[in-house]
Ligand binder design. Structure first.
Ligand SMILES: [Zn+2]
Length: 310
């Protein structure tokens, strides 16, 4: 369905905080209330019409339930710009949508929201903001393989393998995640990184390591407690060594791959994992980062579970 000026206008008005009562009313009917969060002022999110989005190539799927998880991604390419302008945020939104539609063959942007390094927030897939503002429905995106009906994803512009996000991006991430969590009644414990689901380094080691801090910051805004510590997910990469690599190699051998069991994640192990993942349909990019980074042969939770003895 093509976007319309009416939706764009409504999105920005809501985003500008001028329709708080309408959003607040939705809080009386959370789809999956797991907490009693403090209502959050709507953040300034620029709707698809503002950044010149193309219409989706097929109707948007609106699910009649809230998402379970809020998932954090990084975009990887084109790297860590120092252009913090709003125009840059719009340009990256167009670039991601073009890549997802033209290279991946998706109907629209895969992620529901995008945050630029300047801290500007944009809507990704059409109608995402409308759904969050309503608080009971969820626009299905394409950003976490085999989990898209459960997740709402945020692409954060940049590569966070070795360096941290900008303070502006971080502040917007806290604000947007808190708003989504309050609208849907999602516990801060259910904030995740992409690598908690798929074999990818996304959202980068540095940003991933800050997720406990993000959960705490969101919980503080919502006035709710975090119930438990969420352990980091297992991620094994070529070049790694140790007992987990040896265990993976042992399991690969059980699946018929003639790899060494030396605990060294070398080329033969990488090739075997890549072949194993492909045989289970796990070789497709699931978000922008996994499409643009070389993550062939990575072992994440999905691959690890398939390797485990049945
Ligand atoms: Zn990702």
């Amino acid at each position: 369905m093509a976007d319309t000026p009416a939706i764009n206008r409504r999105t920005l008005l809501l985003g500008g905080g001028l329709a708080v009562s309408a959003v607040g009313a939705a809080l009386t009917l959370p789809a999956q209330a797991t907490a009693a969060p403090r209502p959050q002022a709507p953040p300034l999110v620029y709707g698809t019409g503002y950044w010149g989005a193309r219409p989706p190539s097929a109707p948007i799927t609106m699910l009649n339930h809230a998402p379970t998880y809020i998932v954090v991604h990084h975009t990887v390419n084109p790297g860590n710009t120092t252009d913090y302008s709003l125009e840059r945020a719009f340009a990256i939104s167009r670039s991601i949508q073009n890549f997802h539609m033209d290279s991946n063959g998706w109907i629209d942007s895969g992620q529901q929201f995008t945050i630029s390094r300047g801290g500007h927030m944009t809507e990704g897939r059409h109608r995402s903001y409308e759904a969050v503002a309503g608080g009971t429905q969820h626009v299905m995106g394409a950003n976490v393989g085999n989990h898209n009906s459960e997740v709402i994803g945020i692409e954060n512009e940049g590569l966070y393998t070795d360096v941290d996000v900008t303070p502006a991006l971080w502040d917007s991430l806290v604000e947007l995640v808190a708003f989504i969590a309050s609208q849907y009644g999602i516990s801060p414990d259910l904030i995740r990184g992409h690598r908690d689901f798929n074999a990818t380094a996304c959202p980068g080691d540095v940003l991933y390591a800050r997720l406990p801090e993000l959960r705490d910051a969101v919980a503080a805004r919502l006035g709710v407690a975090t119930a438990r510590r969420t352990e980091p997910s297992l991620l094994l990469r070529p070049g790694d060594r140790g007992e987990n690599v040896r265990l993976a190699q042992t399991r690969l051998r059980a699946h018929g791959y003639a790899v060494p069991t030396d605990g060294e994640f070398g080329e033969r192990t990488r090739d075997a994992v890549a072949e194993f993942a492909a045989s289970h349909g796990l070789d497709k990019p699931t978000c922008l980062a996994s499409a643009r980074a070389d993550e062939r042969g990575f072992i994440g939770p999905d691959v690890w579970n398939l390797l485990a003895p049945q």
